[in-house]
Write a protein that binds this ligand. Structure first.
Ligand code: 2AM
Ligand code: CA
Ligand code: CA
Ligand code: CA
Length: 281
């Protein structure tokens, strides 16, 4: 057993293979899915494709690593309380796979081509492998702790922008319309005049991959879950960026109010959110 493998079985190879298979299947189901239900609220959608992709991912991981634990969005009751308690139950596991089978379900449902599969592996609470896959662009983002982050065989590097004013940043409109959304709208109002522009494309994991790839200089969102963030967090740190909560505390699996960036704009970014009273609730 090494840090990244058991015998000849590489954790990273399994993560890559699994994300690819799930992503291709998801893409094949675009415009061709049946069940559509709402979960926690009318804005919280789930399809048979979310569930099918998670089952596929669980089966593949279990085949290779039967002793590892798996935390996946569709294996948890809807809503923030259940999501947090599921993480608290499982975060002490030696090996924990953290899976969002389809990040960007609303986009998938509408045929808006911006969604991803996110798979992370944590060892004793620390993310050691992170993979995000966008099947539409055929872009697979891979990071291993201490070994860098890669896109199509090329090492990724965060953007060099030193100032918020020259930065393209992204956010998400949280599903929690009562608490998180009003706070994020406040943040948006404060940030928009301070940055070059803002994008809100609907997949937290993919936004984070874009920060790692230097296509965005920062991203923040209130009220996310561990499976939205875990893989992207390693992509960004391995690409030289910074991942914290909106108050600037270092990333850990329990972070829900996320701020990530190229590092250079991080303090200015955090300060703007704090001044706007938009760091969370
Ligand atoms: P999802 O598509 O996997 O549900 C968009 O702002 C981001 O918020 C996406 O990453 C999306 O992930 C997530 N999201 C959507 N609905 C959510 C909900 N009800 N609770 C928490 N996160 C949600
Ligand atoms: Ca969801
Ligand atoms: Ca998600
Ligand atoms: Ca999801």
């Amino acid at each position: 057993t090494t840090r990244f493998s058991v015998g000849s079985k590489s954790f990273t190879a399994v993560a890559i293979n699994t994300a690819s298979k799930a992503g291709e299947w998801i893409q094949s189901k675009l415009g061709d899915f049946n069940t559509l239900q709402t979960k926690y609220s009318v804005h919280d959608l789930v399809t048979e494709v979310d569930k099918g992709a998670e089952t596929m991912i669980r089966n593949l991981i279990q085949t290779h690593f039967p002793t590892h634990a798996i935390l996946g969005e569709e294996g948890v009751e809807p809503g923030p309380a259940a999501s947090q308690s599921a993480l608290e139950r499982m975060r002490g596991e030696e090996y924990l796979w953290i899976v969002d089978p389809l990040d960007g379900t609303t986009n998938f449902v509408h045929g808006f081509p911006f969604f991803s599969v996110s798979i992370a592996l944590a060892h004793k609470g620390e993310v050691i492998v992170g993979v995000v896959y966008n099947p539409i662009h055929n872009e697979l983002y891979v990071a291993e702790k201490g070994k860098g982050a890669y896109l199509k065989g090329k090492k990724m590097r965060v953007s060099a922008e030193p100032l918020l004013t020259d930065s393209l940043v992204a956010t998400g409109f949280p599903a929690d319309k009562q608490h998180a959304l009003p706070i994020n709208l406040q943040g948006l109002q404060s940030l928009t005049p301070k940055v070059r522009n803002i994008r809100v494309a609907g997949s937290a994991a993919l936004h984070m991959a874009y920060v790692a790839a230097g296509r965005l200089s920062g991203f923040w969102e209130i009220g996310l879950n561990s499976w939205d963030i875990a893989a992207g967090a390693l992509l960004i740190t391995e690409a030289g960026g910074k991942v914290t909560d909106t108050l600037g505390n270092p990333y850990n699996l329990g972070v829900r109010n996320l701020l990530c960036s190229n590092g250079h704009i991080h303090d200015e970014f955090a300060q703007q959110l704090a001044e706007a009273g938009a760091t969370g609730f």
